[in-house]
Design a protein around this ligand. Structure first.
Ligand SMILES: Nc1ncnc2c1ncn2[C@@H]1O[C@H](COP(=O)(O)OP(=O)(O)O)[C@@H](O)[C@H]1O
Ligand SMILES: [Mg+2]
Length: 353
């Protein structure tokens, strides 16, 4: 069977996606699978690379060229990736990869793919939609105010009053659809709140203002379609107060602690909330569920990442490794889950006919 590995992409997490792709190439079982490389450039151009039948010697295989004489790839129209007996692995993070757009495209060309479907991807990516769904499910989260750009422009004073009436400074201001901490800032007063909203609106017309809290950050890995499995929580141990883009990807200021050193009760609750949130969002395949944990042991669900970082050293695979599921076997499970979900959706369609 062929795995079409989509990597790169147009979001800020382009480079993370390439690292994840290389880890997958190293671990996939080539006795059963061939891997078709399809790179998406930062400008959104699709470049088809070689078909790999064995582990590549190094990561240079992922650096495709297409505009030179000795090109290793060719520019393609996205829909030409369609073929029988293939599963797509959309190893793309952030907007245009993890937000339902690619998923909708793959539904349209009728190919099985790893991970969440359109609705779950779109809602998981949108911080306002996630909050609404979690609220309906009764899952604890930090207090928030959704701030849509058109309402803000109409009456900024009312928005300030609403934020200050509901929340205390410091507040966290975020574009609703981003990721990688891009466009997120912390505000200590009204002036900073105003600047932070303007910053957030550079990335989205929807923003959210949240209660800032001091908390540890713990994460649970989720796997499955209808049978949902979760891992123990791990902790992102930071020596920075704000887990921003630089600390995530550039300064390497992050250490993972697996499992997190928390009480049994916190471990249980994190798993329970993660599972419930995943089910309420209609999850399939995989997700990483991120929480804040205060020093009073209050747990707040922050977000569900439907295509979490997937390098061999990332939190998601590391959590499963700790539970005894090796990286290669994890990929195998994801492929099987993708096929199951595809068949199920096919049967829904044919039963209607
Ligand atoms: N309400 C908050 N209080 C304190 N820190 C926060 C809050 N919201 C976000 N942060 C910090 O900002 C980081 C990024 O925010 P997050 O909501 O996870 O966005 P992203 O989708 O970009 O990962 C978090 O990992 C955390 O360090
Ligand atoms: Mg996050």
């Amino acid at each position: 069977m062929k795995i079409v590995l989509l990597y790169g992409g147009r979001s800020a997490e382009h480079d993370v996606s390439i690292l994840s792709a290389y880890s997958v190439l190293n671990a996939i079982y080539y006795d059963y699978y061939q891997v078709q490389l399809v790179f998406i450039t930062k400008d959104g151009v699709w470049v088809k690379g070689p078909l790999l039948t064995e582990k590549p010697k190094n990561e240079s295989v992922l650096n495709l060229t297409w505009d030179t004489k000795d090109a290793t790839g060719e520019v393609i129209s996205p829909s030409t990736i369609k073929e029988e007996d293939a599963v797509v692995f959309p190893l793309l993070h952030g907007p245009n990869g993890e937000d339902g757009t690619i998923q909708g495209f793959l539904e349209t060309i009728d190919m099985p793919y790893i991970g969440a479907g359109v609705l779950t991807s779109a809602c998981g990516m949108d911080k306002i939609m996630t909050k609404y769904i979690l609220q309906a499910a009764g899952i604890p989260q930090v207090p928030y105010v959704p701030v849509l750009k058109n309402l803000w422009k109409e009456n900024p004073k009312q928005i300030f009053e609403q934020c200050e009436g509901t929340l205390l400074y410091p507040m966290f201001i975020k574009p609703a659809n981003m990721g990688s901490s891009v466009g997120i800032s912390k505000a200590e007063n009204r002036e900073e709140l105003q600047n932070a909203l303007q910053e957030a609106y550079k990335y989205d017309t929807r923003a959210i203002v949240e209660q800032g809290i001091e908390a540890r950050e713990i994460e649970v890995a989720i796997l499955g379609n209808e049978d949902v499995r979760t891992t123990l929580a791990g902790e992102i141990v930071k020596d920075v107060a704000f887990y921003d883009y630089n600390s995530k990807y550039i300064d390497n200021q992050i250490v993972m602690q697996i499992p997190a050193e928390v009480t049994e009760d916190v471990q249980e609750k994190a798993q329970e909330f993660a599972k419930k949130a995943y089910i309420m969002l209609g999850g399939s395949g995989l997700s990483r569920c991120d929480f804040f944990l205060t020093n009073k042991n209050e747990l707040f669900l922050n977000e569900l990442n439907t295509m979490p970082g997937f390098t061999q050293y990332s939190m998601y695979p590391s959590l499963w490794e700790k539970m005894g599921l090796k990286y290669g076997d994890l990929i195998e499970e994801l492929i099987q889950l993708a096929l199951k979900r595809y068949k199920q959706r096919q049967s829904f369609l044919t039963d209607v006919k």
